[in-house]
Design a protein around this ligand. Sequence first.
Ligand code: SF4
Length: 826
Amino acid sequence: MNERIGDVGSKSDGDGDFRFPFIPYESQILFMKSLYKLMNEGGVGFFESPTGTGKSLSVICCALKYLRDARSDSNRQDLEKNKNTEEEPDWITNFASNKLAENLQDERMRLKQKIQAKQRSKSQSGQKYTRIGEDDLVIVSSSDSESDSEDSFNIGRRTVRWKKQKSESDVLDRPTVIYCSRTHSQIVQFIHEMIRVEDSKNYSVVSVGGRRQMCVNEKVSALRSAAAVNERCSELLESQRSHIKSEDQKVNLHPDVPASKRRKKAPKSSQKGCPYYSKKRITVLSDTIRSEVHDIEELVSIGKKTKACPYFASRKAMESGYDFIVAPYAAVLHAPTRDSIGLVLNSKSVLVFDEAHNVVDAVNDAYSAELRSIDLNYAIKAATLYLERYEMRLSAQNLFLVRQFLDVLAKISKYIGSMSLFPDSKQVLKVSELIFDCQLENYNLFELIRFIHESNICRKLLGFLDVYTDNCTEVVDASQEQPSRGCFHACEGFIQSLTAPVEDGRVVVTHESIKFLMLNPAAHFKSILDSVRAVVFVGGTLSPKQYIAERLIRDHSSECKEQKSRDSIVEFACGHIIPKSNLLTLVLSKGPTGKRLDLSFSQRQDPELIDEIGRCILNVCRVSPAGVVVFFPSYTFEETVHKQWESSRILASLANVKRIFREKRGASSDEMLKEYKNSIFSSDATTQKQHGAVLFAVIGGKLSEGINFSDDLGRCVMVVGMPFPNPRDPELIQVIDHIKTTIGSGYSAQYMEDLCMKAVNQTIGRAIRHAKDYASIILLDHRYERASIQNKLPSWIRDDLISTHQFGQCIRNLSTFFKSHTQSKL
Ligand code: SF4
């Protein structure tokens, strides 16, 4: 089914039962109706609705209706079961229905209390909580407890058995909506919208964030990277659990331990653990989370006041059951992370991905694994020291597996070392080839990875390092790049990736690192598609949608090729709420001297062509008010252009018209953006001749996504050339090869166009940001005239696009467009 809605800017009479907080636009009603149908019937859908059209609110109201109806369905079914066979008056049936709903609520409450009572009794009976994987709380047997008290880093003689945590949500199999997005700011914005909807109070809504956003321990949250925050938190909790202080005393007093091998006194902070990690206070905060909708900032503020960690409280809240989860991509896309936080996908779950043009990359990132040589070598040294210390205390099987772990790492390290003879090259090979070249074929990597998970050896090695820092510092040259404390997890991730099916990925080796490159995101997304009722891809600009469909959704295995057709995906695209007269999109294929604008890679170094581009931009700047933003396909090309315009004096002419700003490679853009804004809004910031400013930016750079060039900040957005990826990039070559063998060579050429147009669409989406905005978009390259390229533009841009074959026509259109808007303002 394909639905297409044009320019629908009118208000509707009502929204049916969606309980929209305002009178919705007609387009919002149609969006919600179509989305609700998908949620109810199940399937996969693309829902494209431009920025500023109230997309988030439509998703929220629709999702709440889905939950509401699912809840009353469940009530009805229960009622049916208990129905009296004789005819009953309506008031009796309604009373019974309401009573049943109350009973269900009571039941949920009883369940919550039961969970809490269960946890209390477990903690009283001496059982101990420990963590596996990311942050999961699992119960280990008292023998584990003894083992840990003997020595917190020792795996012990016991062979560890995996205990799968049983989530209460498994039991409930309740209808749930899981909304995820890429950035923290998008998640915060979504929660703010949700708070505006009255009905959200009737559901358990849990915001899940990373420790970077939710940590309230100032000493930890002040650390620079998310990885550093995660590692520091894990270390604190490890130390809190294992009572290092008392162990230090025991071991240091032992006469057999030589002075050189005695533990350094643990740092004070480690001894104390984290003051916010109190089970009692976390339980109270988790109840607060479940009682009403909070955004992450509110949770952090409450966590600080109540001295409870909001990160673990939100996880605890999930354990007690939830209706609506708001989470970052990584928490949902990566199966082990999903398991660790207790996120259950079931046949009544609806999964909504916002900003969905990023999902393919996010799945690939979640399952790719990079291991730096410096981290690998550091991990080897630490594991060697660990083995020296605990060799005698390990069971034969554990000793065997720790040695295997070390052997595998050493062989991979040797292989990376062999690349030092070719420092500028990248070697790409299949997993099976790497295993053969590294002589790993006799190791059972599946068993090894199982041992790594179950024994929690990475955490133990990390804690070991913390105490034995002196012994390990010799391995690091202080003047060089330092290893990360996440080195053990990086090793674990890489070994895990070697167990992937051979065709799903490739290994890329340089003299500094080894990386598993995931080529088949569909293989991992399949488990999500198979588990849930509906998957919804939402975005302001999802085009080209085929990119997501082919890479993520379609099953290209031979047995499924026949079964799955394109029609099984629902597509809904809604027009912009701006009037058509507020957007002018032009394709410019010739410059002022009539020179054809061919910016293909082989042509674009031509100085005459570069000057022709300069003359185009100069003329556009003369007729465009306020801010003009010009996007180039790469930093290198922008630098070449800038240099040429300096020598041909085009830059000087441009500076007479608008103040010039540039996005610089690797530099922060904050100050520059402030200045740019100032030049547009303050007449003091420009000379008398100048009006406004022009900003040169790069597609794929910091300014092409996430920055709004609304109103005067971007009255005209120009894209110079087409940002095709480098076809010689070794990683891209592997992806293309994979596409050729799985999807077919027909799609591989299209794939390059899809990548290019995905970047263009995100860039031009910066221009119109709200209902009263107006702007012009100019695509400068004759290749934008091709139908195959124009078909990959969002429909609200494509439908009114004008191809100008004469430069004068472009300038006339532009001039008329801006004059009409200036006059309408007067
Ligand atoms: S327990 Fe919570 S507050 Fe403490 S360090 Fe970890 S994330 Fe931060």
